[in-house]
Design a binder for this molecule. Sequence first.
Ligand SMILES: Cc1cc2nc3c(=O)[nH]c(=O)nc-3n(C[C@H](O)[C@H](O)[C@H](O)COP(=O)(O)OP(=O)(O)OC[C@H]3O[C@@H](n4cnc5c(N)ncnc54)[C@H](O)[C@@H]3O)c2cc1C
Length: 435
Amino acid sequence: MPRSADAIVIGAGIIGCAISFELAKRGRRVVCVEKLPAAGYGPTGASSAIVRTHYSTEVGVAMAYEGYAYWRDWQDYIGTRDENGFARFVDSGAIIIDNPDYDLEKAVGLFDRAGIDYERWDLDALTARLPIFDRGAFWPPKRPDEDAFWDESEKDIAGALFMPQSGFVPDPQLATHNLMRAAENRGAEFLFRREVTEIFQSGGRVKGVKLGDGERIEGPVVVNAAGTYSSALNRMAGVDEGMAVKTRSLRVEVHCVSAPEGFDFEEHGCYVFDGDTGVYFRPEVGNTILVGSEDPECDPRQWIDDPADYDREITEAQWRAQVFRLAKRIPSLPIPARPSGLVSLYDVSDDWIPIYDKSDLPGFYMAIGTSGNQFKNAGVAGNLMAELIEACEGGQDHDREPVCVSGRYTGCRLDAGFFSRRRELHHESSFSVNG
Ligand SMILES: Cc1cc2nc3c(=O)[nH]c(=O)nc-3n(C[C@H](O)[C@H](O)[C@H](O)COP(=O)(O)OP(=O)(O)OC[C@H]3O[C@@H](n4cnc5c(N)ncnc54)[C@H](O)[C@@H]3O)c2cc1C
């Protein structure tokens, strides 16, 4: 007898684990298949795991605010013991540095509509919290190999916006493990070091998957939560032709440096979105700082054809670009002799907004194109996908009559049609990692 399930989830990153948990809660027998040795070992484990609410669309902001509430309530939401402990959420707040590329008034309008708190900070307020910050304006972002990079700033930044309802999760892999244990507690089964190599169908419906070792798992529902392999899985299912929005992999680097001596950035720091210099950064354990690129125009985008085959070594050029830009904002930053950090991939959709949807093959669903910004939304996405799957399996035509989901915590109304594979691109998107 082949193994069977009510739902097969492909991928045990944070999104696949959250969907597995939410489907299991609704009484489905879930099998989650992961080719790596453990949950969250792919790009999820490399995530900066910043939980912030500033997105460029109203839906994006509402979803992120709902996502923040999951992290505040994490232990109760998980609802079961994990022998490794619970992932910690550091409620540090977030700062946006004012710059000409960022429309602060639009952000404030979106926060007002969602009921999100914020404070407008002048430079005294900013440097009272972070006295290690330089007040200079350096916009537009540049790379150290440009002469202009080394110019002194001629004026100050205008100020900043502080959002207290933001933070980060220091251990994204542990958070994913928590979700896996929560799903198992509801009866889900996880298969590791097993790869889905075929998706089989009959009578115009998905019927299950075949694994690399030849085993077949039968089930009426299959969910593509394969992260950077999302487009390969869609091709395997034969559903890519029906997609107006596609996904592809982008290579990214995140670096780690010590905080300036004598300043406890771990205690007093927070997530900072510094579009003026073109980096984001946040505190990391051991009084270090994680720094990534905010995707400014001067940073070339490295699209990857095969997510199994890309350069996993930090490059000197990108390390200098990110760390030296951080040193513009924090001039006392000690520049390490040797680069350290990580290299990973984003699964990017054409408009940098995820695809949470059904497909043209009945029973085959997708939660993909997370575009470097959906770790924070895993709980919301799990709930949204489970509601969408139950509605479609119950006969609702989601393409004509989109499923709407109420946020469990904030009560926000999320129209899942916003995330449709058939949408016209959302032109209000930032078309960057900011979503
Ligand atoms: C460097 C970096 C920094 C980031 N920072 C942030 C941040 O600060 N805040 C934020 O909200 N988001 C952030 N993100 C984005 C966030 O981490 C992702 O959106 C999220 O982790 C995606 O989760 P996922 O489960 O979709 O994908 P993944 O983690 O990629 O998981 C997919 C899994 O599917 C498995 N798989 C693929 N194909 C198969 C197959 N055929 N058979 C079996 N298994 C398969 C893979 O092995 C993988 O483990 C960041 C991402 C990166 C890379």
